[in-house]
Design a protein around this ligand. Structure first.
Ligand SMILES: [Zn+2]
Ligand SMILES: [Zn+2]
Length: 260
């Protein structure tokens, strides 16, 4: 599997996953032109995208979707709540449900229920014979049911939104701080590091810090928290490459089969 993070922040989110003949976008939260260019940079024609998975209806995840659908006609996958929030019709969408696993060619997809101030947000576990990718962003916490299904994945794309101290001492209005901190908000560095310490396994080679707040987080805060938590949990993370996703700059393509 190839995995390519195109953009990740509260300004816009898009990633790309490729396996076999399937060329898949996850979310479409930046403009069609930018997505097209980012794909062209890695030799992929946007017209060849076969599927799009949408996590939820917030604009930083769907801003580019309408225009995109004017130019290309991939299969759209999302929850019923997201479909309704986006006012899409039945024939436009393949409705998927939490924990209802399905297969597209050699790729298994397990939608994961999340907790966020959206209608029916989902994360995803994508797996083929060789590797597993966990894609989780925009959630206040992870349930036990989700955690036990996503252990020992190859790559985790995991929200690491804010440092709680920087957030509570920011100039943001109180209601917004509360919205981010509550159980339907976003994962803090501590939350993400703690969950990762429980999930990491022998197969785990990559962790991508996703949806990092530009105002209420820094790379130093993320690193410090992760090291502190992973050491306290006595976790060996020496085989894991840690990468921070960027708001405006795509990351390099990660080719997972190399690591099997
Ligand atoms: Zn978001
Ligand atoms: Zn959101």
């Amino acid at each position: 599997m190839k995995f390519y993070v195109i953009a990740s922040s509260s300004k816009g989110n898009v990633s790309y996953l490729e396996t076999g003949n399937k060329k898949i976008l996850i979310d479409a939260g930046i403009s069609y032109t930018k997505i097209k260019k980012a794909l062209k940079d890695i030799g992929v024609n946007i017209k060849h995208v076969t599927d799009i998975f949408i996590t939820h209806e917030h604009s930083d995840h769907v801003k580019g979707l309408k225009v995109l659908m004017r130019y290309i006609s991939p299969k759209l996958h999302m929850s019923l709540g997201t479909k309704e929030a986006l006012q899409l019709s039945d024939d436009e969408v393949n409705v998927i449900g939490a924990f209802e696993e399905f297969i597209i060619e050699d790729l298994n997809v397990l939608p994961l229920p999340l907790s966020h101030d959206a209608r029916e947000p989902l994360g995803f576990l994508f797996s083929n014979a060789k590797s597993k990718i966990v894609y989780i962003t925009d959630t206040g916490y992870l349930s036990k049911g989700v955690l036990e299904r996503i252990e020992n994945a190859t790559l985790y794309y995991l929200e690491t939104n804010h440092d709680p101290y920087l957030l509570t001492n920011s100039t943001r209005p109180y209601y917004l701080i509360n919205r981010i901190l509550n159980e339907k908000g976003h994962l803090s560095n501590y939350d993400a590091a703690y969950y990762f310490s429980k999930l990491i396994g022998k197969e785990t080679t990559h962790l991508i810090h996703a949806h990092v707040s530009e105002e209420c987080n820094t790379s130093e805060h993320i690193e410090k928290t992760y090291i502190e938590v992973l050491k306290a949990q006595k976790v060996d993370f020496s085989n894991v490459t840690f990468i921070e996703a960027k708001p405006d700059e795509p990351l390099e393509v990660i080719e997972l089969w190399k690591y099997i």
